[in-house]
Design a protein around this ligand. Structure first.
Ligand code: FAD
Length: 391
């Protein structure tokens, strides 16, 4: 067995030639040439230059799975292309890169599924090309777990909504041209929540960076302020006061993507630790020949591949219309706990070198917490699953 990113993955019946071609002939060469050589610099700069989004658009990264009429590619594309993309984008081991290049996948689907034709035509083609950017703005300074309790208001005045409030921790928020935003249009609770599209250049919108972060360094994370922002009433996504369901369903996509990314980071950490352990000598033999270290690899392998199998079955069920939200929630918990263990053990295997910034696993270790908190924290995921079990 080759102890590499691809080598330790089990054969899976879900991937065919189109998935393999997308990964090996298009995506991986693009990452190897354009992304990986630049990652360390982008992490130091805290940003990825805009030209790289355009380059990613040119290879079709943002098109995948979106309708052809808006410039997407949907024929022959299924959920496993999405999984393989999320896993591969994690291979450079920089969560900020993956977050920055996939944020459209959580902000655009509500528009394509529930927006007006005018909205779709105005927004989707440029996002899919990679020339314009869109972010999802749900979390507020008062909290992100309890979406039913959001405070940002959108009050109807004639044929407009006037929006007041703020959002925080918004991925790509400094670059975004639009925000797919959760607002309160009605009374308390889930029945008063709507989604609305807010242009970033609308009068009364301002934004700032949240400040230095533990990880996701090359992706910007912003706080957005809405001060009497006027948006035409037809910019509501879906029906007024019925946004909560759209948000919750959208979270399922995000969680599957994060689980696939967690598998990718874990594979990258495993590969780096394995190549180190085979060369490094301690007590007269290779590190990889010590039984304690071998057991760490066996444990990582077991957790990575069992998580990947759970991921693939959940994805297959989504594709076949029989998905269960409890499983998607528990899958996310499984994936981030697996990543936590793998990042830890890979660092232990590499010892001091793993503490140095140029080591990929050092960065992956710093990406663990945001994976376990963002997009639905472990506690909230367990709670949701337990409620679905009807205990
Ligand atoms: C780098 C980064 C990028 C992000 N990107 C986005 C984005 O693009 N768009 C967006 O909208 N949001 C984004 N988020 C926000 C993220 O989704 C929230 O941080 C997350 O949902 C948790 O919300 P919170 O931080 O407000 O924690 P809180 O809701 O305040 O919760 C704090 C802690 O308490 C726990 N907790 C809360 N309630 C309970 C309970 N009932 N029982 C047990 N435990 C509980 C939670 O699990 C959490 O660990 C991002 C966050 C980060 C760090």
């Amino acid at each position: 067995m080759e102890l590499t990113f691809d080598g330790i993955r089990l054969n899976s019946p879900f991937y065919n030639e189109t998935h393999k071609d997308w990964k090996n002939k298009i995506l991986r060469p693009f990452l190897d040439k354009e992304i990986i050589p630049n990652i360390d610099q982008w992490e130091k700069d805290g940003d990825i230059p805009l030209e790289y989004y355009k380059k990613a658009g040119e290879i079709g990264l943002f098109q995948l799975g979106y309708p052809e009429e808006y410039g997407g590619v949907s024929e022959g594309i299924d959920i496993f292309h999405t999984l393989i993309t999320a896993e591969e984008l994690a291979r450079p081991g920089a969560g900020g890169f993956g977050a920055a290049f996939t944020v459209h996948s959580i902000a655009l689907p509500p528009i394509l599924n529930f927006g007006s034709d005018e909205m779709k035509k105005r927004v989707a083609p440029d996002v899919i090309k990679g020339t314009h950017h869109i972010s999802l703005a749900i979390t507020e300074p008062s909290g992100g777990s309890d979406v039913s309790n959001i405070k940002t208001t959108a009050k109807r005045e004639g044929d407009h909504f006037v929006i007041n409030g703020s959002k925080t921790f918004i991925t790509g928020g400094l670059k975004a041209n639009w925000f797919t935003t959760a607002v309160r249009t009605g009374g308390d609770g889930i029945g008063g929540v709507s989604l609305i599209l807010i242009p970033a250049d609308a009068k009364g919108v301002s934004r700032t960076s949240v400040g230095p972060k533990q990880g996701w360094l090359c992706s910007d994370t912003a706080t957005i302020y809405f001060d009497n922002v006027k948006v035409p009433a037809d910019q509501i996504i879906g029906k007024e006061n019925q946004g909560f369901k759209i948000i919750v369903n959208n979270f399922n996509n995000e969680r599957i993507g994060m689980a696939a990314a967690a598998v990718g980071y874990a594979l990258a950490a495993f590969e780096e630790a394995a190549s180190w352990a085979k060369l490094r000598k301690t007590f007269g033999k290779n590190l990889s020949q010590h039984q304690v270290i071998q057991h760490k690899f066996a444990e990582m392998y077991r957790r990575i591949n069992s998580t990947a199998a759970y991921l693939e079955i959940c994805a297959w069920n989504i594709q076949n219309g029989s998905s269960e939200a409890a499983d998607i929630s528990l899958l996310k918990v499984q994936a981030t706990k697996m990543l936590e263990l793998v990042a830890r053990e890979a660092m232990q295997i590499m010892g001091g070198i793993s503490y140095i910034r140029e080591c990929k696993t050092e960065r992956i270790y710093r990406e663990v917490r945001v994976m376990a908190i963002g997009g639905g924290s472990e506690e909230i995921m367990m709670d949701l699953a337990a409620r679905r079990m009807g205990l």
